[in-house]
Design a protein around this ligand. Structure first.
Ligand code: ADP
Ligand code: AMP
Length: 221
């Protein structure tokens, strides 16, 4: 099962992926997480993308494609994956299809988690992540038991640098300009599945599980 998650920043993709990777034992690949690790570790790639990410821009396709190509070479993703944050542009989507096709594989579905901009802004302004493994919280919707401390590994919770309001506006603009066209692209291929992301996390999860159950029947996966 080869799944991609599409949706604006803050739609709940990471929240849902966390549950789905447990449900279906699928490896999770989030390009944003990989880039953040490069920035944190001050690699050459990290130095190249740091300023772009801090402004909420998109990393150029060539760099993203190089990174994803080598990640998709790894053993754990040969039988399936959940991709989050990739593809984000039509050229990225085309490159992914070509790559999978060359291996006799195809995307099972593109799951669109749809949330309007006003809700995105509320979610992102309250998002907190732990420094160790990016476990997710929201100060109002999903607070940790102890303020500022991760329930799962006890590490410190921080606000992502690019979750500041002025950067979020840029990220939303990038989403509307470059990523939204993927909705029509995958719809035309018949693999788009829409999920109402405004509902509580459990309801969104139930809906996605039902969608995947149907896909399994249709696609024999
Ligand atoms: P994305 O990965 O799409 O950027 P996240 O999964 O990080 O989004 O979610 C953004 C914020 O919204 C997080 O703080 C998360 O706790 C919260 N959140 C996620 N899903 C929901 C939901 N269905 N209802 C309310 N808050 C949510
Ligand atoms: P995310 O964690 O998905 O919100 O991504 C954080 C940031 O990483 C984005 O704002 C971009 O700067 C960069 N990024 C992640 N994935 C991609 C991608 N597929 N294409 C371009 N930029 C990306």
């Amino acid at each position: 099962m080869n799944l991609i998650l599409i949706g604006p920043p803050g739609a709940g993709k990471g929240t849902q992926a966390d549950k789905l990777r447990d449900d279906f034992k699928l490896p999770y690949v989030a390009t944003g997480e990989i880039f953040r690790a490069h920035v944190q570790n001050e690699t050459e790639l990290g130095r190249e993308v740091k300023a772009i990410m801090a402004d909420g821009g998109l990393v150029p396709d060539e760099l993203v494609l190089e990174l994803v190509a080598s990640r998709l070479d790894e053993d754990d993703v040969q039988d399936g994956f959940i991709l989050d944050g990739f593809p984000r542009t039509i050229p990225q989507a085309e490159a992914l299809s070509e790559r999978l096709e060359s291996e006799g594989r195809h995307l099972t579905a593109a799951l669109l988690i749809d949330v309007p901009d006003e809700e995105v802004i509320k979610r992102i302004s309250g998002r907190r992540v732990c420094v160790k493994a990016e476990h997710l919280y929201h100060v109002d919707y999903d607070p940790p038991k102890n303020d500022g401390v991760c329930d799962q590994d006890g590490s410190r919770l921080i606000q992502r640098d690019d979750d500041r309001p002025e950067v979020v506006r840029n990220r939303l603009a990038e989403y509307h300009d470059n990523t939204e066209p993927l909705i029509a692209y995958y719809d035309e291929q018949g693999i788009l599945r829409r999920v109402d992301g405004t509902r509580p996390p459990v309801a969104v999860h139930d809906h996605i599980r039902a969608v995947i159950a149907t896909l399994k029947l249709e696609d024999n996966v």
